[in-house]
Ligand binder design. Structure first.
Ligand code: NDP
Length: 322
C-alpha cells in the first residue's frame, strides 16, 4: 500500500510543481496523514466488528489552559473522533500540585478502558512540577507519546517493535518512506537532540541502518555537516536557519520546525515557517517537506496509530489471559 501512496504523491505533487527539474518534489504530510488516518479508521471498524462495541481509547491529560495546548488538544480529539477512537480530555486546574498530577496518572494507568495516555506539555501550573517525573509515571504500555525512559531506552537499543515511537520522528520516517529512497547505507544528518524530536529521530535512522550524525547548538560548522547529508531532518526551532546552499543536491529534506515570524501581509501579522529556508532549499533538495502541511499533520496521525496499536496489544493481552 505504501508504494502506491508514494506513486500517488509523486504524480500528484510533481504535477502541481510543474516540470522544472530544479525544483524538489514536495512530500505532502497532509496527503500522507490522510491516508494513514483512513487506514486506521478501517482497522478500528474491523476491531469493533470483531470485538463487539470495542473502541481504542485515548486520554489527554492537561494541566492549566494554555491557548496553544488547547488548540493542539482539539486537533487530536478531532482526529481521534474521525477515526473512531474514543478520546477524552481531562483538565486539571493551574493550582494542581505535582502529587495531584501523579495521582491522576496513576489512576488512569490502572484503568483498563484507557489504552493511550498523553500528558499535554508544557504543564501550565502555578506549582513546581518535574516534567520528567510526570512523563515517566505514565505506564510504558499506555505511553503513546513514547516519551517515557522505558520506551526511549527500547528505541535507543533498536527494539522498534516493542516500544511506542515518539510521534514526530515516526511521522518523519513515514515521509522519508514516501520518497522511495532507501535509508540503509545513507548518510543522515539530524539537527537537534531533544527527547521529543532529535534524539528519537537519530535512533530511528540508525536502526534503519543509516549512518547518522546528530548536530546541536554546539556543533561547529553546521553547513559542512549538512552538506554531507543524503537525508536531512531538522528540528532546531530556528526560523529558516538551514540555507539551500548548505544542502547536498538531491537530498531528502524533512523540516520539523514550526516558527512564527512577522508578516504584515497576513491578517494575523505573522506566518509560520520551518527551520529550513524553503525557497532556496527547494532548488537543491530532491524531496522536501513544506511548512505548514509537512511534518505537523503526521505527528497527529502517528499518535492515532500508536493508540490503535496500544488497543490491539490490549486485546491480545486480554485474550491470552482469559
Ligand atoms: P528543543 O528546543 O527542545 O530542541 C532544539 C534542538 O535544536 C536542541 O537540541 C538544540 O541544541 C538544537 N539547536 C538549537 N539551535 C541550534 C543551532 N543554531 N544549531 C544547531 N542546533 C541547534 O525543540 P524541539 O525538539 O521540541 O522542537 C524542534 C522544532 O520542531 C521546533 O520548531 C518545534 O516547534 C518543532 N516541533 C514540531 C512538531 C510537529 O509536530 N511538527 C512537534 C515537536 C516539535 P542543544 O541541545 O545544544 O540546545
Amino acid at each position: 500500500m505504501l508504494s502506491s501512496i508514494t506513486h500517488f504523491l509523486r504524480v500528484g505533487v510533481s504535477g502541481c510543481q510543474g516540470s522544472s527539474r530544479s525544483m524538489a518534489t514536495i512530500i505532502s504530510g497532509n496527503k500522507t496523514s490522510k491516508l494513514v488516518r483512513e487506514r486506521l479508521r478501517t482497522e478500528v471498524d474491523k476491531m469493533r466488528t470483531e470485538v463487539s462495541g470495542f473502541r481504542p481509547s485515548l486520554l489527554v491529560l492537561q494541566v492549566g489552559h494554555r491557548d496553544d495546548s488547547n488548540l493542539y488538544i482539539s486537533t487530536k480529539l478531532k482526529a481521534a473522533a474521525e477515526i473512531g477512537i474514543d478520546a477524552k480530555h481531562v483538565r486539571l486546574p493551574r493550582t494542581a500540585t505535582q502529587d495531584d498530577v501523579l495521582q491522576s496518572i496513576l489512576s488512569i494507568n490502572e484503568d483498563e478502558s484507557v489504552h493511550g495516555l498523553i500528558v499535554q506539555l508544557p504543564l501550565d501550573s502555578v506549582n513546581q512540577i518535574n516534567t520528567e517525573l510526570i512523563t515517566n509515571s505514565v505506564s510504558p504500555d499506555k505511553d503513546v507519546d513514547g516519551l517515557s525512559c522505558i520506551n526511549a531506552g527500547k528505541l535507543s537499543r533498536g527494539d522498534l517493535n516493542d516500544c511506542f515511537i515518539p510521534c514526530t520522528p515516526n511521522g518523519c520516517m513515514e515521509l522519508i518512506r514516501q520518497t522511495g529512497m532507501t535509508v540503509e547505507g545513507k548518510h543522515a544528518v539530524v539537527i537537534g537532540r531533544s527527547k521529543i524530536v532529535g534524539a528519537p529521530m537519530h535512533d530511528l535512522l540508525l536502526w534503519k541502518h543509516a549512518t547518522v550524525t546528530t548536530c546541536h547548538s554546539k556543533t561547529p560548522d553546521l553547513p559542512e555537516q549538512v552538506s554531507r547529508a543524503d537525508i536531512l531532518v531538522v528540528g532546531a526551532g530556528r526560523a529558516e536557519m538551514v540555507r539551500g546552499e548548505w544542502i547536498k543536491e538531491g537530498a531528502v529534506v524533512i523540516d520539523c520546525g514550526i516558527n512564527h515570524v512577522p508578516d504584515e501581509t497576513k491578517a494575523s501579522g505573522k506566518r509560520v515557517v520551518g527551520d529550513v529556508h524553503f525557497a532556496s532549499a527547494n532548488q537543491r533538495a530532491g524531496f522536501i517537506t513544506p511548512v505548514p502541511g509537512g511534518v505537523g499533520p503526521m505527528t497527529v496521525a502517528m499518535l492515532m496509530q500508536n493508540t490503535v496499536q496500544s488497543a490491539k496489544r490490549f486485546l491480545l493481552w486480554r485474550k491470552m489471559s482469559q
